[in-house]
Design a protein around this ligand. Structure first.
Ligand code: ZN
Length: 306
């Protein structure tokens, strides 16, 4: 696939599923970086930002987050330290960060981590910001994260979508039993995105893409399937989290997984609420389903990313 054309002052470092993409916008008012990756990848993130395609020695005027999940804000503290820049994030995330609410932020609650940092500025849905000499409308995109924003540039018809829309789906959404507002919000967000005139989506994970309509169709289809089945949503969330843990640790001992899903609170809470399985049964179910789609592999006594 040929990378879609983007304005020259905009560069996307495409990362993986452990770290979100990093978007660099260079402009007359200084450079802005959107999303900072996962804490384990901080050395790589700093190296990319220092590189020629990154800031190349220029100062950083601002670090922005689309939302406050560990894979988007894990490098915040290190980047703010390295560049002495302010951090701006969605206004509704600010109280969670200020309180360091690690349950709502899905940090230790989900066996994910980030270094604590200070919020310097908040971003409001409906406001327009100039980053990289381009105007970006901040639009509320609740669902996967109820406080998330996306950023839309009408001139070049670019959407920075975070985890609200990927080429294949979107970030996992909490089942209605956990947050009754999350699924309706996801649908409303996809409907809002459908009304935008978008040429290129720069997602939080994966390459930028121009086939926006099929991506929206896939997202709606997935949403409809999940709306009918809370247990499936809950299983999907745990599979996403287990895959993330595996990418973080590189491997996990199969024999340790029952204790792991019994110890990490979100697995324990979801198991009690949705499945009522013995920890070993839950581990076997999750691993089996991930193996079938090639997301994980067994090698000897260990589970590794697929
Ligand atoms: Zn996310």
């Amino acid at each position: 696939m040929i990378a879609p054309a983007l304005p020259p002052q905009l560069h996307v470092f495409v990362r993986d599923w452990l770290s979100s993409n990093n978007i660099v916008l260079k402009g007359g008012d200084g450079a802005v970086v959107i999303d900072s990756g996962y804490v384990r990848h901080v050395p790589l993130t700093l190296a990319l930002l220092a590189s020629r395609q990154g800031l190349d020695g220029a100062p950083l005027a601002k670090l922005v987050n689309t939302h406050c999940h560990s894979d988007h804000m894990g490098g915040n503290a290190a980047i703010a330290r390295a560049y002495g820049c302010p951090i701006a994030l969605p206004a509704s995330e600010a109280p969670l960060i200020e309180a360091w609410d690690t349950k709502t932020l899905l940090l230790d609650y989900a066996d994910q981590y980030a270094d604590r940092f200070v919020v310097d500025e908040t971003l409001d849905a409906g406001a327009t910001y100039v980053w990289g000499d381009l105007e970006w409308q901040a639009l509320a995109a609740p669902g996967h994260d109820m406080a998330a924003l996306v950023f839309y540039n009408p001139e070049h018809r670019i959407l920075i979508s975070g985890d609200a829309l990927w080429r294949n789906g979107y970030g996992f959404v909490m089942p209605p039993e956990i947050d009754p507002d999350a699924m309706p919000a996801t649908r409303a967000t996809l409907e809002m995105l459908s009304t935008l005139d978008v040429r290129v989506v720069i997602p939080g994970h994966g390459d930028s893409f121009t086939d926006v309509e099929p991506a929206l169709e896939r997202a709606f289809k997935r949403l409809t399937a999940f709306e009918a089945d809370s247990q499936r949503m809950a299983r999907h969330a745990l599979k996403v989290l287990l895959t993330f843990a595996l990418l973080d640790r590189r491997q996990m001992r199969l024999a340790d997984l029952p204790a792991y899903v019994d110890r990490v609170p979100i697995y324990r809470d979801f198991n009690a609420r949705f499945f009522g399985l013995a920890p070993s049964e839950l581990a076997t179910t999750l691993v089996g389903e991930l193996e079938r789609v090639g997301a994980v592999r067994r090698s000897g006594d260990f589970l590794t990313p697929g």
